[in-house]
Design a protein around this ligand. Structure first.
Ligand SMILES: Nc1ncnc2c1ncn2[C@@H]1O[C@H](COP(=O)(O)OP(=O)(O)OP(=O)(O)O)[C@@H](O)[C@H]1O
Ligand SMILES: [Mg+2]
Length: 253
């Protein structure tokens, strides 16, 4: 068991070296440690190439690494439905499956066979992302924003302990991005989701995060702070400007 009762995830001294023993050998994460509390929305900022995606992939169990990742005090080295990843790519859905079948596929793998239960979970998840009634569409019939909504619905339907999001809104236009930020904020507050959310966008981190960290080279955590600005955060919120400047300085130092 962990010391902090609210702690859901512990990343302990995680190091990652790619292509060990070859000419391309590259150390990316050095001894990264991090604790995440239940219902925390952790936004991760950091320059390109500093290891954000690699860290998330280690947590998701998609990479081998040194160190350990614990969920509720138990070590997790392989992917599992307790940690679901949502990617930036619009093409993370199966193109040959409808919205409904995309959402239900991982549920079926989970062993849920009951048709009524599958339907209920699908409808619930689609309602959360404001896509009710879109079950029968194929991904090619959806906009980029809608595809990302389905990807989020797919993750929500699984009711994971932790949702891992790697710049899920980065490829969207500014208006759709703002809209999806608001939706995700509402969902995370209503459902008390625990989220790790990578972004390059300081505004996004301040609007969504209950906590914000900034990574530097090697995955070194150079800022780790609670976001005390009351939600919903707007650029007019007290403290917004100072927080933005502080994060900007840390990011571009
Ligand atoms: N499969 C791989 N094999 C070898 N090197 C890799 C691999 N994946 C990532 N890297 C290297 O690890 C470093 C960190 O990559 P990573 O994708 O984690 O960065 P990032 O912080 O997510 O960057 P970005 O903000 O551009 O997405 C980079 O130097 C990259 O070249
Ligand atoms: Mg990345």
């Amino acid at each position: 068991m962990t010391k902090n009762e609210n702690c859901i995830l512990e990343v302990k001294n995680v190091s990652k070296i790619f292509d060990v023993g070859t000419e391309q050998e590259k150390g990316v994460l050095h001894d990264v440690s991090l604790e995440l509390e239940r219902s925390e929305f952790l936004c991760v900022l950091g320059p390109s190439g500093c290891g954000k995606t690699t860290l998330l992939r280690c947590i998701a169990g998609f990479e081998d690494y040194e160190g350990s990742v614990l969920v509720n005090g138990a070590e997790r080295r392989k992917p599992g439905t307790d940690r679901i990843m949502v990617f930036q790519d619009f093409n993370q859905l199966f193109p040959w499956k409808t919205v409904e079948k995309n959402i239900q596929y991982p549920l079926k793998i989970q062993g849920i066979r009951d048709k009524a239960e599958l339907k209920r979970r699908t409808e619930e998840a689609l309602a959360m992302v404001k896509l009710s009634g879109q079950e029968k569409y194929y991904p090619y019939q959806l906009s980029g924003g809608m595809k990302q909504r389905v990807a989020i619905a797919k993750a929500l339907a699984l009711k994971p302990k932790i949702i891992l999001m790697d710049e899920p809104f980065a490829a969207l236009d500014a208006m759709t991005r703002n809209e999806l930020q608001s939706e995700l904020l509402r969902i995370s507050m209503e459902e008390k989701c625990t989220v790790i959310f990578i972004t390059h966008n300081i505004q996004e981190a301040i609007v969504l995060g209950t906590r914000i960290i900034v990574l530097a080279e090697g995955g070194k955590i150079v800022v780790d702070e609670k976001n005390a600005i009351p939600r919903p955060v707007t650029p007019a919120s007290e403290g917004y400007g100072a927080t933005w400047e502080r994060l900007h300085r840390a990011l571009y130092q």
